[in-house]
Design a protein around this ligand. Sequence first.
Ligand code: URA
Ligand code: SF4
Length: 219
Amino acid sequence: MVSTKAPEDAYTAEPFLPERGGLPALRRAAAECRGCPLHRDATQTVFGAGTANARVMLVGEQPGDQEDRQGKPFVGPAGRLLDRALAEAGIDPADAYVTNAVKHFKFTRAEPRKRRIHKAPTLREMTACGPWLAAELAVVEPELIVLLGASAGKALLGSSFRVGEARGAVLEREIHGRAEKLVATVHPSSVLRAQDDADRKAAYEGLVSDLKVAARALS
Ligand code: URA
Ligand code: SF4
């Protein structure tokens, strides 16, 4: 019997991965990914940005509204805040490969034609998209991984990951058979969501302080 199951129902990007090639081959293949239903409503795949010899890999959650439109990670408000925090911590953007746990924007619309509101990816979607992140890690082989928020942590270290417990220290974990060094911190969007100026300042300083731990681990 002919299967009528759509590829996205399998919830894995695996069949879309290229057999060989570096970042350009991965990027081209990811553009065609239908490994989960998120590609349907999003504009395009937002693959990682940076060079294969980057020393540090920064992992966010998933593209937001601006990233979905422009096709590049961290180019919206969270990205501007991240750039500022990286500069303050002394991490050279040229040393960084920036990517996300999930490569398509997930959103809801409150009303027709209204602003698209980000929705957190499920563990199932992060697992489906995981092969892309694994492939990026295998090519870039960063000296250090920076986990930006809970989703990045859960995607790479499992669902029991908690930012509050893990942040600000160098962790050593085996991921896909390779010993990795990691530093976890909050997601830059959480700084933007702070209730008032005092909370925002404290959250931003916490982010910078964790990124300084990453910078020291690199030097
Ligand atoms: N938030 C993320 O996690 N990633 C982006 O690329 C942008 C915002
Ligand atoms: Fe593929 Fe990931 Fe997009 Fe799902 S979110 S379609 S797994 S690239």
